[in-house]
Write a protein that binds this ligand. Structure first.
Ligand code: SF4
Ligand code: SF4
Length: 359
C-alpha cells in the first residue's frame, strides 16, 4: 500500500475555498504584529454572546458550566467592544446557540460592516429565520455543526431529526448565496467511515470546507468516556485523514494542523491567540478552561501563564488537548519563522485563520 508522507497529504487533501482577501489580510496582520515585536497577539476572537442552547449535546460543557447564567444575553455594544479590544481580524461566534440571541443579527451585521471576517457556529435549527435579517457577504460564513451522518449526528446532539434540519439549513443558506462551512468534533465513539461519508456529502452540497477538532474533556460534560486521549486522537485522525480514503472531502483546517492531528508534528499550545469572551468576561486562560473570568483581555497575554502555568506538560488538564483553538494557531505562529511551513500554508490558501472553533 502506498505510504502517505506529510507532503503527499498536503497535496492529496482538497483545500477549502475561501476569500483571497481573508488570506491576504491575515498575512498582513501577522507581519505587522511581528514587525512591532509582539510575541503574543490574537488571531481569532471567540465571541459567546449567550450560553443558552436549544439542544443538549452529550459532549457539550458550555450549557452545563454556565447553567447559572443561561438566560444572560450579551448586549450588542458589549459584544462589539470586546471584539474591538481584542483586535483580531477574525471573529468566531459560538455559545450556546447564537441564533437564539435576540440581537444576533445586529451583532453580526455591525461586525461585517467593520470588515471583520465573521464565522457563526450554529446547529441550524433556527437558521432560516436569521437569513431574512443577515444578508450574505464575503465577510460572513455560517458554520453548521455536523458530527456524522444522520444516525451518528442525531445521537451526538441527543435529538432525532436534527441532521435533516441541519442539511436543509445548509442547502437553503447555499441557495441564497451564503458562505457555509461545517464543524465537526471527533469523540471516542465517532465512526471513521461515517465521518468520511459525511465530509464527502457536505462537500458535494457545496460547503466551503469542513473544520475538525477532537473534543476537549470538559469537566462539566456528562459522559467523560467520550473524550479521546492524545494517543487515541492521533490514531483516529491518522485513519480518518488517510488521503487514499478522503476523496472528495474538503477540509478547512490548515494542512500543518491536520498533520499535527495525525501525530506527525508536535506543537505547544498557543491558546492566547483565540481569546474567548463570554457573558461573564474573558475566559482565562483559554477556550476550554476558565479558571477565572477577567475583564481585561491583556491579562490573557501574561507570559507567566504560557511559559510556566498552562500548556502540554505544565497543567495536567492540557495533557490530552489537541483542540484547534490552541494548536491550529500554533502551527501558524511557528510557520512565520519556518519558510517551508509558510510556503505550505500559502499554497493551501490557509494563512487564513488561527483556528475557528465551534460550540
Ligand atoms: S454543542 Fe453546541 S449545539 Fe450542542 S448543546 Fe452545546 S452549544 Fe448547543
Ligand atoms: S492545551 Fe491547555 S491551555 Fe492550551 S487550549 Fe488546551 S486546555 Fe487550554
Amino acid at each position: 500500500m502506498k505510504k502517505h508522507t506529510e507532503s503527499s497529504l498536503e497535496l492529496a487533501l482538497k483545500p477549502a475555498k475561501r476569500p483571497i482577501e481573508l488570506s491576504v489580510r491575515l498575512a498582513w496582520y501577522l507581519l505587522r504584529n511581528k514587525l512591532r515585536g509582539r510575541k503574543r497577539f490574537p488571531l481569532v476572537t471567540m465571541l459567546e454572546p449567550l450560553e443558552m442552547c436549544n439542544l443538549a449535546c452529550v459532549g457539550c460543557g458550555r450549557i452545563r458550566e454556565y447553567k447559572p447564567v443561561l438566560d444572560k444575553m450579551m448586549p450588542v455594544d458589549v459584544a462589539l467592544k470586546a471584539v474591538a479590544e481584542s483586535g483580531a481580524p477574525i471573529v468566531s461566534i459560538a455559545g450556546g446557540e447564537p441564533t437564539i440571541h435576540p440581537q444576533i443579527d445586529r451583532i453580526i451585521n455591525r461586525l461585517v460592516e467593520q470588515r471583520y471576517f465573521v464565522y457563526c457556529c450554529t446547529n441550524a435549527l433556527l437558521l432560516e429565520r436569521q437569513l431574512a435579517k443577515i444578508p450574505p457577504s464575503k465577510y460572513f460564513c455560517w458554520v453548521v455543526h455536523m458530527d456524522g451522518m444522520e444516525e451518528k449526528h442525531d445521537e451526538s446532539v441527543a435529538r432525532k431529526g436534527v441532521f435533516k434540519k441541519a442539511v436543509a439549513g445548509i442547502e437553503l443558506a447555499l441557495s441564497r448565496g451564503y458562505r457555509v462551512c461545517t464543524n465537526t468534533t471527533v469523540f471516542r465513539n465517532s465512526d471513521v467511515a461515517d465521518l468520511r461519508e459525511m465530509f464527502q456529502f457536505v462537500a458535494e452540497l457545496g460547503v466551503e470546507g469542513s473544520m475538525i477538532s477532537p473534543g476537549y474533556d470538559f469537566q462539566d460534560a456528562p459522559d467523560q468516556d467520550l473524550f479521546l486521549t492524545r494517543q487515541e486522537a492521533k490514531s483516529i485522525f491518522k485513519e480518518l485523514l488517510d488521503p487514499a480514503k478522503t476523496k472528495g472531502a474538503r477540509f478547512y483546517n490548515n494542512p500543518l494542523y491536520l498533520n499535527f492531528l495525525r501525530g506527525e508534528r508536535e506543537y505547544q499550545c498557543a491558546a492566547w491567540s483565540n481569546p474567548t469572551y463570554t457573558v461573564m468576561g474573558w475566559r482565562k486562560p483559554c477556550y476550554p478552561l476558565a479558571d477565572e473570568h477577567v475583564q481585561d483581555v491583556e491579562e490573557l497575554y501574561d507570559p507567566q501563564l504560557w511559559e510556566e502555568q498552562y500548556g502540554v506538560g505544565r497543567d495536567p488538564r492540557c495533557a490530552n488537548c489537541m483542540m484547534h483553538c490552541g494548536f491550529e494557531s500554533a502551527t501558524i505562529f511557528q510557520a512565520i519563522s519556518t519558510p517551508k511551513d509558510w510556503v505550505t500554508l500559502i499554497k493551501s490558501g490557509a494563512a487564513h485563520k488561527g483556528g475557528i472553533t465551534g460550540a
